[in-house]
Design a binder for this molecule. Structure first.
Ligand code: GDP
Length: 532
């Protein structure tokens, strides 16, 4: 006799329907940490601002676990913050801000249903914003735009909208409009009332700023021409095809735009409302065969991130799983689609930096941290009863290469173990060759800061300090077996084997690569990954 499952399919569907899973994408310094804090504060997830991220002199208790992160004042780790607003459960996935961690960020973006693109009003679109926006576009992820730092001198709102449509090819649809110019910010129009929300300064952002609602008459009295101009511009925009279009937004053709000042908590309530009312709830997730698995199907999820040593007190390995379908129950035994092996979920947690809590159940859209997940890799699918495999996560073509060697010959074993783990976590890719030997692997990275993270972790976690020697290579290609010997004989080129068995050729630069390729049969040097 089978034991009836306590959760009906209806429960799972309604739990999924009340969830919103999103991430903030931005160029470093646009205000992502500040906005995260403000969002959490608004949702009463934490008692006071300054508790989410440790930056500068602000005391950080949640996301500053890593010494290096503290030293540099940047956020390297990604974790998930869950908070509830009314009946809606919001999952905010933290993305690392530094340009070198783009690979990690892309993986986080593969686990969300919506992204918030945060711009600095004085700077508009910046290089990292463009890259991250492209990653969202590739998955057709809906994007809400927030133009931040409106309390400071910045650019004209119309000019910023033009930049968004010209450079991103997405149609901006403002949900409100700033009253007063950047630097002399008076508030935003409120299309629901026909009036405005007045901006009240609360220095330090220590409290929740609730802007005062003014009707049109009062707005005109207090803000005269500024109000007039904002009301007219907004009306003109909405009348000329810039009105919010929910279908267009969900199809990633249009982006709703909001204006605010995260550091003063202004515009944050409007953003929360937009996420709740406009962002899509979790829906059927497509598997490798492009077959969607409905949210009320038996449990399934995929690993989008693996991290070891998050907490120096526990030498653990955490795998972050996004739930795609069904109800996750702590203690259940899942199957790993790659290995077909069972996986015990006795230790499941919600994790945001150092803060951890045991999770007993989770629903589509939620993120579960699985502790001691030594058998799990980034991209793995876990399921219950009905098998499914979700597509693997994108990897990116490395452009920086360094030979790592153990400083202390007696720590060779620890060094090799450390390298193996960094490889599995996807911190770096590991290339080896007989010529170089296992004690001198070549680490390959998208950005050089990944090497610093690798060196730091080898020393701190594995007690295996390593020396680094940068190699003069800048381009990687796969190489077909027939061409290996030829490439290896060339100057400015070398063939190594990646740990997944793929032969990878490194070249000084793309000119060297092209010269060598021109002497080889066509197709001898395919791209390392499909994306380049
Ligand atoms: P991140 O690198 O994107 O996480 O940026 P932070 O949240 O650390 O913000 C970078 C700097 O911009 C900090 O000094 C913030 O205090 C400041 N900042 C963030 N939001 C605003 C804002 O709305 N107005 C002003 N004037 N400064 C802001």
């Amino acid at each position: 006799m089978s034991i009836p499952h306590p959760t009906t399919r209806d429960d799972v569907s309604s739990e999924a329907a009340r969830r919103r899973t999103f991430a903030v994408i931005s160029h470093p310094d646009a205000g992502k940490s500040t906005l995260t804090e403000a969002l959490a504060l608004h949702a009463h997830a934490i008692a006071r601002a300054g508790a989410v991220h440790g930056k500068g002199s602000r005391r950080g208790v949640i996301s500053d676990w890593n010494e290096m992160e503290q030293a540099r004042g940047i956020s390297i780790t990604a974790a998930a913050l869950q908070f509830t607003v009314g009946d809606v459960v919001l999952n905010l996935l933290d993305t690392p801000g530094h340009a070198d961690f783009s690979e990690d960020t892309y993986r986080v973006l593969s686990a969300v249903d919506c992204a918030v693109m945060l711009l600095d009003s004085a700077k508009g679109l910046e290089p990292q914003t463009l890259k991250l926006f492209e990653a969202c576009r590739a998955r057709a992820t809906p994007v809400i735009t927030v133009i931040n730092k409106w309390d400071r001198p910045g650019r004209e709102p119309l000019e910023l909208l033009d930049e968004i449509s010209d450079r991103l090819g997405i149609h901006p649809t403002p949900l409100n409009w700033p009253v007063g110019i950047a630097g002399d910010f008076r508030g935003v129009t409120d299309p629901d009332t026909g009036g405005m929300t007045e901006f009240n300064r609360t220095p330090g952002g220590a409290t929740i700023a609730v802007g005062e609602a003014l009707d049109a008459g009062e707005a005109a009295r207090r803000h005269g021409q500024d109000w007039q101009r904002a009301a007219e511009e907004f009306e003109l925009l909405t009348a000329s095809g810039h009105e919010h279009d929910q279908q267009g937004f969900l199809a990633a053709r249009t982006t709703p735009v909001l204006f605010g000042a995260a550091v003063l908590n202004f515009g944050v309530a409007e953003l929360l409302r937009a996420v709740i009312e406009l962002a899509p709830p979790p829906s059927a997730w497509a598997d490798v065969e492009q077959q969607p698995r409905p949210v009320d199907a038996p449990f399934s999820g995929f690993i989008f991130k693996v991290q070891t040593g998050m907490d120096p007190a526990h030498r653990d390995r955490l795998a972050f799983m996004r739930v795609c379908s069904g109800r996750f129950e702590r203690g259940s035994v899942l199957t790993n689609a790659r290995t077909r092996r069972p996986f015990q979920t006795k230790y499941a947690q919600s994790v945001f930096g150092r803060e951890r809590e045991t999770i007993d159940e989770a629903y589509p859209g939620d993120v579960v941290g699985l502790v001691n997940a030594h058998a799990l890799q980034v991209g793995d699918t876990l399921y219950e009863s009905r098998p499914v495999t979700y597509p693997g996560l994108p990897r990116f073509t490395p452009e920086h290469f360094a030979v790592f060697r153990p400083r202390d010959a007696g720590r060779g074993k620890q060094f090799r173990r450390g390298i193996e783990l960094l490889d599995q976590e996807g911190i770096v890719q590991v290339l080896v060759s007989d010529r170089r030997g296992v004690q001198a692997p070549v680490l390959a990275a998208v950005g050089p800061m990944q090497f610093e993270v690798a060196a730091h972790r080898l020393e701190q976690e594995f007690g295996a300090p390593a020396s680094q020697e940068m190699l003069q290579y800048g381009v990687a290609r796969r190489v077909v077996p027939e061409a290996v010997a030829v490439v290896n004989r060339q100057r400015g080129a070398e063939v190594l084997e990646r740990t997944d068995g793929v032969a990878v050729a490194l070249f000084n630069d793309k000119w060297r690569m092209r010269t060598i390729a021109s002497d080889l049969p066509q197709g001898s040097l395919p791209p390392v990954f499909g994306d380049d």
